[in-house]
Design a binder for this molecule. Structure first.
Ligand code: SF4
Length: 439
């Protein structure tokens, strides 16, 4: 059927959502729709949403009220919600907002074109069934040109941490076949990509549905298939961070020496309430193993401040954990209760003001540690993958070290995007390194 739909997709939330947007883009493109880069050029706007924190959802409601004006100028205009919020709020979005025409959960993206057609015919559409098998393995993501690509290797999560909506909004864990992922890495290299990030909510529990290969096997296969491709991965779970996996990361030089390993709290009592299935001692053991094989491996983490019943002692245990481990960086949040989760039924008894105070204490300490660690990089030479002009200062360039640190440098000579260059670090802040090309 001929159509004249122009689709604009706006993405919120995590890298999984960015990767999903590439899948939806391919689905709508294959259906013959144009993809445009602004809502003004579109007659279909899709918001790919996140439900992890209340604030993320609030942003979407604000955005919906801004988009309302496009519906009021007389031309047919369709607004759709994709992703976790569509899954979580379902009919509510359609009924209460009066703006949303379709609501599509993470496992139903193949239906987006059909639902757009129906929406233009005046029918509101909802597709939120979660699947135990959908991995979109046969859909080639429609990526923007660049040097870094995401590869979604699995979907969903079976961990059911008590604060997290992901198992409810993205469903149960399922993995793509190893061969298909390795072929995608090879194809991306042929297309000019220099770095891939293997994505999953918990990549450590990857299992090839055909060969039963685990995540360490997958990393090794990718590293061997394209020895010059930089390979990254996110996110890891401390419970599944096996010795075999750590040894594999250490063995291959093109597997980046950067691990994001969420700790969430330094208190064993809180970790148990969070349903994380490890203790601080276990976590520390994983860090020691990583550092014994890869002394220069960069580490980052996630922290939640003010989980239900968290006492000052629990909070102090988190601060102590940061001091003992000394992460290169951290994503730090205050606890936000999410409906349907187990923690939602726990007393949210740390007052907001106190949550913010604890969070600020965590942020201040972590920033101090990050700054100190970055200062130890001064005068060292790093191989940096050049990404392009710096966003803040166009006279400078930016790139990333193997350890995932952003480096701003002066392009003394013509530098090409995707080139690996040697940069001597001369200065730093807690978030950025600065340096000079040395060759
Ligand atoms: S591991 Fe826990 S926090 Fe991470 S996505 Fe799964 S349930 Fe959520």
């Amino acid at each position: 059927m001929e159509n004249k739909f122009s689709v604009y997709i706006e993405t919120y939330g995590c890298q999984m959502n960015l990767s999903d947007t590439e899948i939806v883009s391919r689905v709508v493109k294959n259906a013959g729709y144009d993809l445009v880069d602004s809502p003004r050029k579109a007659n279909v706007v899709l918001l790919n949403t996140c439900s992890v924190r209340e604030n993320a959802e609030r942003k979407i409601f604000e955005r919906l009220s801004q988009l309302k004006k496009f519906k009021q100028n007389g031309e047919p205009f369709v607004i759709g919600i994709l992703g976790c919020m569509a899954e979580r709020l379902r009919h509510k979005l359609l009924e209460e907002t009066q703006v949303v025409d379709l609501s599509v959960g993470p496992d139903e993206y193949r239906k987006v074109p059909e639902l757009i057609q129906k929406a233009f015919a005046g029918e509101k559409g909802i597709a939120v069934r979660l699947s135990r098998v959908e991995t979109y393995d046969d859909i080639e993501p429609l990526r923007k040109e660049g040097i870094s690509a995401w590869i979604s290797i699995m979907r969903g999560c079976d961990k059911f941490c008590t604060y997290c909506v992901v198992p409810y909004t993205r469903g149960r864990e399922r993995s793509r076949p190893l061969n298909s992922i390795v072929n995608e890495v090879k194809k991306l290299w042929d297309e000019g990509y220099k770095e891939v990030t293997l994505l999953g909510q918990n990549v450590n529990s990857y299992r090839c549905p055909q060969s039963n290969a685990d995540f360490a096997d997958l990393l090794k296969a990718c590293a061997l298939a394209v020895p010059k491709m930089r390979i990254r991965f996110v996110t890891s779970h401390p419970q599944d961070m096996s010795d075999k996996l750590i040894e594999t990361i250490a063995e291959y030089s093109n597997i980046c020496k950067y691990i994001h390993l969420p700790i969430q709290s330094g208190s064993n009592r809180i970790l148990e309430l969070m349903g994380r299935n490890y203790t601080f001692e276990h976590y520390l053991g994983r860090i020691e193993k990583i550092r014994s094989l890869m002394p220069n491996c960069a580490l980052s983490t996630d922290i939640i401040a003010g989980f239900p019943t968290e006492t000052i002692d629990d909070h102090q245990a988190t601060l102590r954990a940061l001091e003992i481990i000394r992460f290169d960086g951290a994503y730090m949040f205050r606890y936000s209760p999410r409906e349907h989760t187990k923690a939602y039924k726990m007393p949210d008894d740390v007052p907001d003001k106190e949550k913010i105070r604890r969070l600020n204490e965590i942020i201040d300490l972590q920033n101090k540690i990050s700054k100190e660690i970055n200062e130890t990089e001064h005068n060292k030479i790093h191989e940096v993958l050049a990404e392009g002009p710096s966003k803040k200062d166009k006279t400078k360039w930016q790139g990333r070290t193997d350890t995932n640190k952003v480096v701003i440098f002066e392009p003394k000579r013509n530098v090409a995007t995707g080139e690996l260059i040697r940069v001597k670090i001369t200065n730093s802040t807690c978030a950025t390194l600065f340096g000079k090309i040395v060759d």
